[in-house]
Ligand binder design. Structure first.
Ligand code: KIV
Ligand code: ZN
Length: 506
């Protein structure tokens, strides 16, 4: 039997640190349920001291995870952080506190202004302090990838002696070369007493596009936990993509002496879900989950694949849930068919909730001949956005064309139920709509991105708009909206971004 590699998902913590990828608690719960379907071993649910929202997310994810996954909360090596993390994990069946400190010269001297000995002392104290609350304590040696080998070994020895059950060796800046990072892990195995009795984790960033290679090199050299995110979401250039590292281990399991327990058939769905919730699109040529990952366009390739799939395909698309035959729903499909398909997608609805969804489904099915899974996911996201809205859209109307001046009339309902209607003109219809919304909501922001994509194929497809707005303090908020009419989707997307901005402020 090969070594089991524990998959530690940090989409909800490191992933959420990507600018514009912030998720509210309900959205995090939807992602967490998908992580449970993927059968990851550990869910890092948040950084509880950072905000009440993060605290609440960790608490609620701990409730739904039960015994199915370890739920982990991040903290710095600070008592108060650890107290709050422990409080958020109070009801977790399998709680883990993840604490740590920067260990590279740059982090110790320039960021923390401490000596090596002070750094060791703080790390040991944090582990012992966390042990007062939970048995399972993971220590991260931040920026280990640029640390001094001997000091890193001293640090890891000290925290293991203090009771850490997992030691995490991050390449925080994605600086290392894969063989060099692997050598670092090997060095630790050769120089730290008792290291084989704890779990050694790797957490690699993608600044040089090598996060997956770094993580696999860590595994080859002894690591048995990989930290990763769906779609490689994460700080700056992102983190190790779970779908890549897990499929890498699956393809080369005997060479790496490794396997994971992840249900890889859930990858495509997980990727679409995270992309749709965060508004962070997936590039078409992204490994495993990109829309072109299994597309063959040149004649020679098509000929080869038709003769034998593995001439150009190393992965069977169905192994990652791609290209699986979909049941296509139409306006003639009944409630039972909709309920069944939603259940296959992982959503359960009964009673009036199902009735409401069925009505919304019929409204789409009347306009489109066929309703695909993507349409259903878009419908569900739209419903969640409406439920959590601060301002709601009551109506939008535009008049534009050559040689007209584009004008828009927008009607919104505020949280107290008051209705406002404003008419504005702009350089185009969307500019006019956004000016009208700004006049009603009056919240300072800068629109930094606007993209429109079709949810499925065909002229009758839903148009999905993603916008990013920058608030006065520099924080970025993503908004999404989907509708058969792109003016309506554009309006919903902007309103969604402003609603998020306002909610965060409150
Ligand atoms: O990149 C990093 O070092 C981290 C730690 C908090 C684990 O995200
Ligand atoms: Zn990180």
């Amino acid at each position: 039997m090969t070594r089991k590699i524990h998959i530690f998902d940090t989409t909800l913590r490191d992933g959420e640190q990507s600018p514009g990828a912030s998720m509210n608690t309900e959205e995090k719960l939807v992602v967490a349920r998908q992580l449970l379907r993927l059968k990851v071993d550990v869910i890092e649910a948040g950084f509880p001291i950072s905000s009440p929202g993060d605290f609440e997310s960790v608490r609620r994810i701990a409730e739904i995870a039960g015994n199915d996954a370890v739920v982990c909360a991040l903290s710095r090596a600070i008592d108060k952080d650890i107290d709050v993390a422990a409080d958020a994990l109070k009801y977790a069946k399998r709680p883990r506190i993840h604490t740590g400190i920067g260990v590279s010269p740059s982090h110790m001297h320039d960021k923390l202004h401490i000596t090596e000995d002070q750094c060791l002392e703080r790390a040991v104290h944090a582990v012992r302090y966390a042990k007062r609350y939970v048995e399972d304590v993971q220590f991260y040696a931040e920026d280990a990838g640029r640390s001094d080998y001997a000091f890193l070994a001293r640090m890891i020895q000290a925290v293991i002696d203090a009771g850490a059950t997992v030691v995490n060796i991050p390449d925080t800046t994605g600086y290392s070369l894969p063989d060099e990072f692997g050598a670092r892990i090997k060095y630790l195995f050769e120089n730290v007493r008792g290291i084989e009795d704890v779990t050694v984790a790797v957490h690699c960033h993608n600044d040089l596009g090598m996060a997956t290679a770094l993580a696999l090199s860590g595994v080859r050299n002894g690591a048995t936990q990989v930290e990763c995110t769906i779609n490689g979401l994460g700080e700056r250039a992102g983190n190790t993509a779970m779908e890549e590292v897990v499929m890498g281990i699956r393809m080369h399991g005997s060479q790496l002496n490794a396997h994971t327990d992840v249900n890889t058939r859930e990858f495509t769905k997980a990727s679409r879900l995270v992309s749709s919730i965060t508004g962070m699109g997936v590039q078409a040529n992204k490994a495993i989950v990109g829309s072109n990952a299994f597309a063959h366009s040149s004649g020679i390739h098509q000929d080869g694949v038709l003769k034998k799939r593995d001439t150009y395909e190393i992965i069977n698309p169905s192994d990652v849930g791609a290209g699986v035959g979909q049941i296509v729903l139409t306006a003639r499909s009944g409630r039972a068919a909709l309920k069944h398909r939603l259940e296959e997608l992982g959503y359960e609805f009964e009673g009036t909730e199902l009735d409401e969804l069925y009505d919304a489904f019929l409204a789409i099915a009347d306009k489109k001949k066929e309703v695909y899974d993507e349409d259903l996911e878009s419908l569900l996201n739209e419903r969640d956005r409406e439920e959590s809205a601060v301002y709601t859209l009551e109506g939008v109307q535009v008049s534009c064309g050559f040689p007209l001046t584009p004008t828009a009339t927008v009607t919104l309902r505020d949280p107290e139920g008051n209705i406002s209607t404003v008419c504005e003109w702009g350089t185009g219809p969307i500019d006019a709509v956004y000016k009208a919304i700004d006049k009603i909501i009056c919240v300072e922001n800068d629109l930094s991105e606007f993209t429109i994509t079709s949810v499925t194929r065909g002229l009758d497809a839903l148009g999905e708009v993603t916008v990013r707005v920058k608030a006065a303090g520099g924080q970025v908020f993503t908004g999404r909206g989907a509708d058969g009419d792109i003016i309506v989707s554009s309006t919903k997307a902007y309103l969604n971004a402003l609603n998020r901005l306002i909610s965060r402020r409150h």
